[in-house]
Design a protein around this ligand. Sequence first.
Ligand code: GAL
Length: 803
Amino acid sequence: MKKILFSFYLILLAIATYAQSRIVQNFNDNWQFYLGDEPQAKNLNFNTNNWRTLALPHDWSIESDFKAEFPARNDGGALPGGIAWYRKTFTVDASKKDQLFYIQFDGIYKHSEVWINGQYLGKRANGYISFQYEISKYLNFGNTPNTIAVRVDNSQQPDSRWYTGSGIYRNVYLISTNKIAVENYGTFITTPSVNGQQAKVNVATEIKNAGETKSVKVEVGVYKAGKLVEKNITSVEARSSSVTKLNQSLTINNPVLWSPEKPNLYEVITRIYDGNKQIDEVKNPLGLRSFRFDADKGFFLNEQSYTLFGVCLHHDLGALGSAMNTRALERQLQIMKDMGANAIRTAHNPPAPEVLQLCDKMGFLVMDEAFDMWKKRKNKFDYHVDFEANHKQDLEDLVKRDRNHPSVFMWSIGNEIREQFDATGTVIAKELSAIVKSIDPTRPVIAALTETEPEKNFIFQSKALDVLGFNYKYFDYDSLPKRFQGYPLLASETVSALATRGVYDLADTLRLWPASSKDKYVVGGNPDFTVTAYDNVAAYWGTTHEIAWKEVKKRPFMSGTFVWTGFDYLGEPVPYPFPARSSYYGIVDLAGFPKDVYYMYQSEWTDKPVLHVLPHWNWKAGEEVSVWAYYSQADEVELFVNGKSKGIKRKEDGDDLHVSWKVPFEAGSVKVVSRKGGKTVLEKEVKTAGSAYKIQLIADRNNIKADGKDLSFITAQIVDKDGNIVPDADHLIKFTITGKGAIVGTDNGYQADLTSLSKPERKAFKGKALAIVKSQQNEKGNIVLKAAAEGLEGASVVVKAVK
Ligand code: GAL
């Protein structure tokens, strides 16, 4: 009995101790939303009866239909901006009176203003930055409610070259701490030396004290899979009303290194003790890796030469718009990982924190990018308007927030900044680089440049960059080391090829589209606003995937590539006007279905055997069809049409990235067989599809968490009687759902589809569509998604929502 009582006492003690420590509470539920301006809504007493109740993250733009007249234009995704308000009412336990409270927003697009109980907290112009306000002194405790009101203003359009989304589109947290606590972003972990034998870890901590001066103990522990590896305990006097700084060093013997291939993570837990009582705890990731750039030899990770197989990604999540969802993001990254990508560029803005958390865990190096413009505009109402007043704080906040992520390996202070062409570029580049280095002196600063003549490139002339990124300009690569002697180089953006998944124009000559800066985008387009997927169309400033990759591949001094882009994104639908409203640049379409060139990268960037054949096999009799195959881990590929060999091909000179044949179409089958040393490695066959017969539903995951966040991505395919995908099927598929789940978006990857992406119906495009299903919080059980289309046998799939 005594023993039981004692354990009970220990549990109580633990709870009491915990209650004194930091609490980070998800603050997403039960917000009220009003689309429109309602200036009185900042006041404490305001009637929100007619407002909609919703859970954050929320993007109101994506809920709309696409329209030509929205001032964001099709560059901005042909979706609306506007002004809206969010309000949330909550109570705080009376026992917490002595705590400090903060509200943290991971991102609001944009020009947000926040009030608590009618008191103004402040304004943040930048739509991508994370920020927090201290709210302690305005709070009511006990039964008296508190109200947070947020005004979001994304009404001035056009404000972006791509789709931004609007609203409180990232997570929100309510944080409470003791009076003595680690300052926000007050931990800075560095690894002064890392090798296979030993890693030195330095943890700098800022301790905020809003109470009386007190001596506290700061314990920094390095953990691996929950087990303590090393710790350092240091006592320090936390002075009243100030921030006390502390440095603690640890040595890790026989460290397990981090890399994209083996993303081994440690965790650093910082605990503050007042006597024996824990009064704060903060966790940070730790990845032990070293890297460097070499002007002649390119990039090195953990002292091994390493090619950056990078992709640029915008922040939208396709049909979900920009509303942050961890599973949707994880799926995007997983698709990139399976292709062999090992690096991400957060084009061209601060990412959601979850991007970096996932990149740490899944293994990607991240170029964390701050700005797409400085003082000079790219759009009338873009951040250039806010740059002067905000850039310092925004950049500081970004670097402080992200500097402990092992995935982050460089800071980009800008993309194709217009100031590179005049002397103001020198001044601003110096300033920005100095801001970054004052907060993180350990990582290189880069900018993505386009001017390849040193004397004309005023950002380069600042000498404030550690690595020079060049976008496109393949034909200057060889001259760069001479022109920019001693500087490490990186192909910070490449390609800008255009394609629509599943579309094949048989004329297969290279096309630049637009062909030059003087050209109209549209000349000679397809009537359905599609672009062929034979990797032979690119914007004039770019080139095809194959050409771009070959140029980088043969020049190690370029360090690697960042392809524009991994995924299609909303907005910037070059080469077409409206109704095109999303990009053609992606290796993968907006719905997450890979275009053919995905397999070219997979064959080059991974060690797995790849064999992919294109196009589909439904043509007119006698039509001359180019058949392409991407392959790897084999010496040759043989093509068979209806069982008859059409010849063996090899990637001859080591430079080829695909093989191809021209064959007259005969209905039946096209088959490729890859062989190594005479032995078959893989076979792929595509058959001529008959008429559309039924829908097939395939869920990426049949079990999801019943947490109101998790998603199942369900592909609907239209197939003939024998299960062959019908390559031109475009039936309208209506999705319905029963059970504890909801359809939160549908898509088909077609860049000119004008049905709202939040509608539960979607025309198939080239035989495919996607439905995204979300679980409900604490609602376990079966979710059944049904798909129906006129003239087709319907289908259903069961997704289990589990604990
Ligand atoms: C680049 C720019 C990207 C995107 C791309 C399209 O110059 O950095 O943001 O606009 O062109 O090709």
